[in-house]
Design a binder for this molecule. Sequence first.
Ligand SMILES: [Zn+2]
Length: 186
Amino acid sequence: MSSSFKVQVSKDYLVFASAHFITFRGHQCETLHGHNYRVGVAVEGAVDSETLFVLDFSVLKQITRRLVDEIDHKVLLPKLNPKLGYREDGNRLAVDYFGEPTYVFPRADCALLPIQNSTAEMLAQYLGTRVRDELIQGGYRHLTLLEVEVEENYGQSATYREVLALDGVEAGAARASASAAPTRPV
Ligand SMILES: [Zn+2]
């Protein structure tokens, strides 16, 4: 019988208050507005035979807090959106929509993210891939699933889910080694 556990964190300080606007199909674009976003992160995997946890909660909290702080109080701009153009002018960042000058922001107040649109889905994926990379760097290779939820309003959220094979081998072999003992950070 195979079994696994899921651990998740969603704390008051895993919140970011940021501005954004979304481009819709065709030539429609939202006006600039803000949300108090909330982030939840979950991972699945086997429990360590000695500590009996999947992953120390503090590891997930620290990683997520750091990533959330990077984009807190920023204007979230999707660098890869083909409808938007960006021009840096000294300390300012000008944003064009279909070639039309639309916004100018202080450059330091902007977070240019490697996404195509600042939807809750894409923000969740962005944070998810960052969390995954941090887990790999931290050596937590026994995890099998990662979920990141981004809530932009109460009861309105998107979740990114990624099956992990962090030991760098094909999925089947990764499952076979999923019970390898996780290490606890000192
Ligand atoms: Zn919005």
